[in-house]
Structures are given as structure tokens and as C-alpha cells.
Design a protein around this ligand. Structure first.
Ligand code: IPM
Ligand code: MG
Length: 380
């Protein structure tokens, strides 16, 4: 049968450090899996990151957002470089993309893979963090001052609302201070809870856990607990609530006991790095930022400037993020082919072919080649 080739338009922001190296390998694997499955890709490269910023002063201009929005998905390497003050690019590119495209889900699986040793006593693990990705202490709202009063105009926008207000705090006696505001809105908590419940259902699980902290931060996380519990009930799922500190303790001691972990934004940032460590390393930690518009796929790891250009980067996390992209695009067969190729590569390779991170000497492109080759025969 002559199957018509389906072509996806994918935007690339390779970014900084090891970003370009790992994204090249993810693209190689997607091309190879695509050939086998009758899928094509049209790539548009966007230059944003440290070098572009230092050369042009441009971070992520509005017209680029419009152009990015015309794509089916965005593949992102890593953002951040020691030559730029921390925060400028992370907030100006990464967080800007998440907020602009209302990518309200940050999906971060933490799975054990063959020959990737777990640093904890557990035979295997398969958890996924469903992190709310637009609110909490990530709103960018706050102020600091040298002496009292602390005073600032507050404004922020999300796709569902805008916030405008004025904050004034008088300290007696006057003192230098800073404030950062965390926000939770009902609709945002409901939609991420519903997504987490659906994720658990797809995994054939009947319960999920919310990482919270209402014993100390009652306003925001007490609200979260009530709204999430109500939404989970509507979805017919059992939601248990754990304080995030206790959850971290149990995750290290018995990670196999957890499935879907629903989190507010900041706890999700921390818990997903903890889980990446427990599952064997950032080199296999994939991630997706999903919304109703443009979704973005990026490994959990950063730009790792210390190993950039040495060939020692591990492209597996970027390749697994690309598999998440295929699944999001509805290409389940191709997504599974890429994931199976990663598993068989890790399982069957000689020690020296494995990534440096796992004790081998496999170069970033060598690992990419080996995985790409394993996807090329999967055509039916
Ligand atoms: C992540 C990162 C970002 C975050 C930083 C770079 C802003 O740590 O994607 O986990 O905090 O979300
Ligand atoms: Mg993080």
C-alpha cells in the first residue's frame, strides 16, 4: 500500500552548551525513525541562547514567538551559560516560552533503564512528575528594597487572566527585605490535576499523589489541596496528599512505590531533579512542556558547559524527549520505536559504547548513530 508521507514542521532551539550536540542526535534519530515509519520533518532553527544574546542583545523577540507558534512542536536543547548572568536567559527564553504558549503541563518521567544503575536500593522504578508549569512562585512577581517600606507595582499576564496591583509592606524598624509572590488559581489547579488523573488512568493506576506543604504554607498549598482533591474526585481517582519534604524522604527510600506525582511548579522543579538522580542520572531524564498550543520538548538537564564540545554529552535524554514529542503528535508507533531503540542500545551495547555518564566511552554522535540505526528497521 502506498502510504502518503506525513510531514511535521518542527522548530529547534538548540541553545547553549551541550544543547546543540544533543539536539543534533535527537534530530538524527527522528529522521531515521521517520524514514522507517513514513514520517517527514521540516526543521526551522532558531538561534536563541547565550551567543545570540551576547552578539545581538536579543533574548526572544515577539516576532519569533509568532513564527514559533506556526510549528507543530518545538525541540529545545538547553539554555544558560556562565557568560550571562543567571536568570536572564532562563527567564527570558525558557520560562517565557512556557508562559507565552501556556504550556501548563511539565511532564517528567523518571524511569530506570537497563545498565543505568540506581543509586538507591530499588529493583526498578517508573514514576512521572506532572508539574504545574505556569504559576506558583514562578510568576515573576515580587520586589526587593534596601530599606522600608517595600513597595512595588505588580503586574503579570497569563492566557486566562491578568493581574494588576500594588504591594506595600512597612517594616518597623526599617530593614532591607525581599518578597516573592506565589499564586495559585482554581482553573490552573483543576486543569493540571485533570491531566495528572488522565496520566494515571493511561498507566492503569487508580491513585496519584500530590506534593504539597500546607502545614507551613497554608494559604497557597491549602488551596491547592482542596481544589486538586475536588478535581480528582470528579475524575474518579484517589488523590493522596504528601508534604513535599516527607515525599522526598520516601522517594529515596522506596521509589518503586510511586506512580504519578502531581506537583505545584516549584516543588516539581525540585522533585523532578531528585527523581532524575534516583533513576540513574540526568542523561536519561526526558521532559515535555505541554499546552493546547505549541508544546515544547526538552531534556531535564541543563547546558553542562563543562563538557560542551568534548563529545562526552549523553544525548539519551534529548532522544527520549523527542520520543515524547512523537507521542504528543499522535505518532505512538514511532515514539515506541525510538524508546525501544534506546532500551536495546543500553541493554546490548558493549561497555565502551555506552555514554561516558554510565562508565563508557561512547561519544555523543556515536550514541546517536547507534540508537538511530536501531530505529531504521522498524518499518512494517
Ligand atoms: C527546569 C529548570 C528551570 C526551572 C530553570 C532553568 C528556570 O530548572 O526546567 O527544571 O526552574 O523550571
Ligand atoms: Mg529544574
Amino acid at each position: 500500500m502506498n502510504r502518503e508521507k506525513k510531514t511535521y514542521r518542527i522548530a529547534r532551539i538548540d541553545g547553549d552548551g551541550i544543547g546543540p550536540e544533543v539536539i543534533s542526535e535527537a534530530v538524527k534519530v527522528l529522521e531515521s525513525a521517520g524514514r522507517a515509519q513514513g514520517l517527514g520533518f521540516e526543521w526551522t532553527e532558531f538561534p536563541f541562547g547565550a551567543r545570540h544574546y551576547l552578539e545581538s542583545g536579543e533574548i526572544l523577540p515577539e516576532p519569533a514567538l509568532v513564527e514559533l507558534g506556526r510549528h507543530d512542536a518545538l525541540l529545545l536543547g538547553a539554555i544558560g551559560d556562565p557568560s550571562v548572568k543567571p536568570g536572564i536567559l532562563e527567564q527570558g527564553i525558557l520560562l517565557k516560552l512556557r508562559f507565552h504558549f501556556d504550556q501548563y503541563v511539565n511532564l517528567r518521567p523518571a524511569k530506570s533503564y537497563p545498565r543505568v544503575p540506581l543509586p538507591v536500593k530499588a529493583p526498578s522504578m517508573d514514576t512521572v512528575v506532572v508539574r504545574e508549569n505556569t504559576e506558583d512562585f514562578y510568576m515573576g512577581l515580587g520586589a526587593r528594597c534596601g530599606t522600608s517600606p517595600l513597595e512595588a507595582d505588580i503586574s503579570a499576564g497569563r492566557s486566562a487572566y491578568t493581574i494588576r496591583g500594588h504591594l506595600r509592606l512597612d517594616f518597623d524598624p526599617p530593614c532591607a527585605s525581599a518578597v516573592q509572590i506565589g499564586i495559585a488559581t482554581e482553573d490552573a489547579v483543576r486543569r493540571i490535576t485533570a491531566f495528572a488523573c488522565r496520566t494515571a488512568k493511561n498507566r492503569r493506576e487508580e491513585s496519584l499523589v500530590l506534593a504539597s506543604k500546607s502545614n507551613a504554607l497554608s494559604w497557597i498549598y491549602g488551596f491547592w489541596e482542596e481544589v486538586a482533591a475536588d478535581e480528582a474526585k470528579k475524575e474518579g481517582m484517589a488523590l493522596s496528599i504528601a508534604n513535599v519534604d516527607a515525599l522526598c524522604y520516601h522517594l529515596v527510600r522506596d521509589p518503586g512505590r510511586y506512580g504519578v506525582i502531581l506537583t505545584p511548579n516549584m516543588f516539581g522543579d525540585i522533585v523532578s531533579d531528585l527523581l532524575a538522580g534516583i533513576a540513574g542520572g540526568l542523561g536519561v531524564a526526558a521532559g515535555a512542556n505541554i499546552g493546547d498550543g505549541l508544546s515544547m520538548f526538552e531534556p531535564v538537564h541543563g547546558s553542562a558547559p563543562d563538557i560542551a564540545g568534548t563529545g562526552r554529552a549523553n544525548p539519551v535524554a534529548a532522544i527520549l524527549s523527542a520520543a515524547m514529542m512523537l507521542r504528543h503528535l499522535g505518532e505512538e508507533t514511532a515514539a515506541a520505536a525510538v524508546e525501544n531503540a534506546v532500551v536495546s542500545f543500553l541493554d546490548e551495547s558493549e561497555e565502551k559504547e555506552l555514554p561516558w555518564e554510565f562508565g563508557g566511552k561512547g561519544s555523543v554522535s556515536g550514541v546517536g548513530d547507534a540508537i538511530a540505526e536501531r530505529t531504521s528497521g522498524s518499518s512494517r
